[in-house]
Design a protein. Structure first.
Length: 129
């Protein structure tokens, strides 16, 4: 690999890191401004569940009241779910969500989604080497 290719590769990595950091900052601000973001993340995640009747939704302490008071709204978003329990996880930061079911666990947290996106970008860049 020549000097120019190495520099371009390095710039690509720096740009991706800058974009990811910018997205994280924007989302953090959005989470502070709009609590409904949490419910939208839950809605997207619930579309992936087909065979479960009970959910345990673990959230950060700041999101607990919103999610707990929205249980009926969440139930209305789904077909098969009969019961929802909302719990506070003291280790979670704002926007962290984990959904436990009989068939497994899903982490639809925004932070987790950004991490997956970052990994995919890194794989793409490594493929260019």
């Amino acid at each position: 690999m020549d000097w120019k290719s190495r520099e371009i590769n390095s710039l690509e990595k720096n740009i991706i890191n800058l974009v990811i950091q910018s997205v994280e900052k924007i989302i953090k601000i959005k989470l502070q401004e709009d609590d409904e973001v949490i419910l939208n993340v839950l809605k997207e995640a619930l579309n992936k569940f087909t065979f479960t009747h009970k959910l345990i939704i673990r959230v950060d302490k700041d999101s607990f009241d919103l999610v707990n008071s929205s249980k009926n709204k969440i139930l209305a978003m789904t077909d098969n779910i009969d019961d929802i329990e909302v719990k506070i996880d003291s280790s979670f930061q704002k926007g962290d969500i984990v959904i436990d079911t009989d068939s497994g666990t899903i982490n639809p947290s925004i932070k987790n989604q950004i991490g997956i996106l970052k990994e995919e970008f890194i794989k793409l860049l490594q493929g260019d080497d």
